[in-house]
Design a protein around this ligand. Structure first.
Ligand SMILES: Cc1cc2nc3c(=O)[nH]c(=O)nc-3n(C[C@H](O)[C@H](O)[C@H](O)COP(=O)(O)OP(=O)(O)OC[C@H]3O[C@@H](n4cnc5c(N)ncnc54)[C@H](O)[C@@H]3O)c2cc1C
Length: 305
C-alpha cells in the first residue's frame, strides 16, 4: 500500500454507480493512495406468521462493496479497500467474498466486526460466522497462506491481502477500559494486521496519546488517523451517540452559536483543516478522510494542505 495523502471513503450506496463517480471525480485530482468502500449489513425485521411463529425478513439490502471497488479501480486506476465485516456472513460466504476480491485483483481489505443490527441491542454473529474481527482476520491470513475452509477445494491459490483493522483513540464503546481495548488491538496486529485506521476524532491530542499507548505495548504497524468534517448542528449529538467520540468544547461552542448549517460547515471545515495541518506537521504520513456525502468539504481542506 502506498503512503501519500489523502485517502477517502466512498459515499452511501444504493443510488447507482454514477452517484459514486460524481462523488469521487472532484477528489481524484488529489491522487488518493486508496479509496475505502464501506459495507453495512442488511436490515431486517421479524414478521409474525399466522401460526404465531416469527420469520426474519430483510427490508434493506446493501450489496455491492466488491463490485463498487472493482468499478472504482477500473475507472480511476487507484487501489480500493473494501470493508469486510463479520456481521451477516457465515464463514463460507466470507470465503466467497474473499475469492471474488482476489479474482478482481483487489488485494486490500479492512477487516471489521460490524455493529449490532438496527433492531438488536448487541452484536450477534451469524451461526458459523465470526464474533470478533480477529477471527475474520485469521480467515484472511489463512487464505494468504493458501489455507481454505475445505482442504479438498480445487483450483485454489494463495491470496495476498494487505489487511487493515480498526483502532479507537477514545476506546471502543464496549471495551471495559482502554488497556483492555489496546490489548485486543495488539492481538489483531500480532495476528497479521498490516496497519490500523482509527475511528474519527476531533482532538489530535487523543490521537497522539493513542499512538504512544500503542507503541508502548509493542504495536509497530502504521496507524492512520480517520478524520471527518462536522457539517451540521445535529452532528453534535449524533456523532457522540453513534460513534462514541467527544467533540471538544471549543468546537461545540462555535457550532452552537451558528444559525444555519452553512455556517456550521464553515467551522467544521476550518477545524478539519487545522487538525490536518497539525497532523502533517507532526509527520503523520497518511490522512484518511471520511467524506460521507460531502466530498467538496474534504476537497476544500486538502487543497490547503
Ligand atoms: C475505520 C473504521 C471503519 C469502519 N467501517 C465500517 C463498515 O464499513 N461497516 C460497519 O458495519 N462498521 C464499520 N465500522 C464500525 C465497526 O464495525 C464497529 O466499531 C464495531 O463495533 C467494532 O468493530 P472492530 O472491528 O473494531 O471489532 P473488534 O476488534 O472485534 O472489537 C469489538 C469489541 O470487542 C472487544 N474484543 C475484541 N476482541 C475480543 C476478544 N477476542 N474477546 C473479547 N472481546 C474482544 C474489543 O475491545 C471491542 O470492544 C468501522 C470502524 C472504523 C474505526
Amino acid at each position: 500500500m502506498r503512503s501519500s495523502p489523502p485517502m477517502c471513503e466512498g459515499p452511501l450506496k444504493g443510488k447507482g454507480i454514477n452517484a459514486i463517480y460524481d462523488h469521487l471525480d472532484p477528489l481524484m485530482e488529489f491522487k488518493p493512495s486508496f479509496i475505502n468502500v464501506t459495507y453495512h449489513s442488511s436490515e431486517h425485521v421479524f414478521k409474525k406468521n399466522a401460526d404465531g411463529s416469527f420469520q426474519k425478513v430483510i427490508v434493506r439490502k446493501r450489496p455491492g462493496t466488491e463490485s463498487i471497488c472493482a468499478a472504482i479501480m477500473n475507472r480511476y486506476n487507484v487501489d480500493t479497500v473494501p470493508h469486510l465485516i463479520c456481521g451477516g456472513f457465515n464463514v463460507n460466504e466470507t470465503e466467497d467474498a474473499l475469492i471474488n476480491l482476489h479474482y478482481l485483483g483487489i488485494d486490500n481489505v479492512l477487516v471489521l466486526r460490524g455493529d449490532a443490527a438496527k433492531n438488536e441491542t448487541s452484536f450477534e454473529p451469524e451461526p458459523s460466522g465470526h464474533r470478533y474481527a480477529i477471527e475474520l482476520l485469521k480467515q484472511v491470513v489463512n487464505l494468504n497462506a493458501g489455507i481454505y475452509l475445505e482442504e479438498d477445494l480445487k483450483d485454489t491459490s494463495k491470496t495476498k491481502f494487505c489487511i487493515g483493522v480498526a483502532g479507537y483513540p477514545e476506546k471502543h464503546f464496549e471495551a471495559p477500559n482502554m488497556d483492555t481495548d489496546l490489548q485486543y488491538l495488539k492481538t489483531k496486529v500480532d495476528g497479521g494486521a498490516d496497519y490500523i485506521i482509527t475511528q474519527m476524532f476531533f482532538d489530535n491530542a487523543k490521537f497522539y496519546a493513542f499512538v504512544n499507548a500503542c507503541r508502548e505495548i509493542g504495536i509497530t504497524v502504521p496507524i492512520i488517523p480517520g478524520l471527518k468534517p462536522i457539517t451540521t448542528k445535529k452532528q453534535l449529538t449524533v456523532l457522540p451517540r453513534t460513534f462514541h467520540v467527544d467533540i471538544p468544547a471549543d468546537l461545540a461552542n462555535e457550532i452552537l452559536k451558528c444559525k444555519e448549517d452553512r455556517d456550521v460547515e464553515k467551522i467544521g471545515t476550518e477545524w478539519l483543516l487545522t487538525q490536518s495541518k497539525d497532523l502533517k506537521n507532526n509527520n503523520v504520513p497518511v490522512l484518511h478522510y471520511y467524506t460521507v456525502g460531502k466530498p467538496y468539504v474534504v476537497s476544500n481542506v486538502v487543497k490547503e494542505l
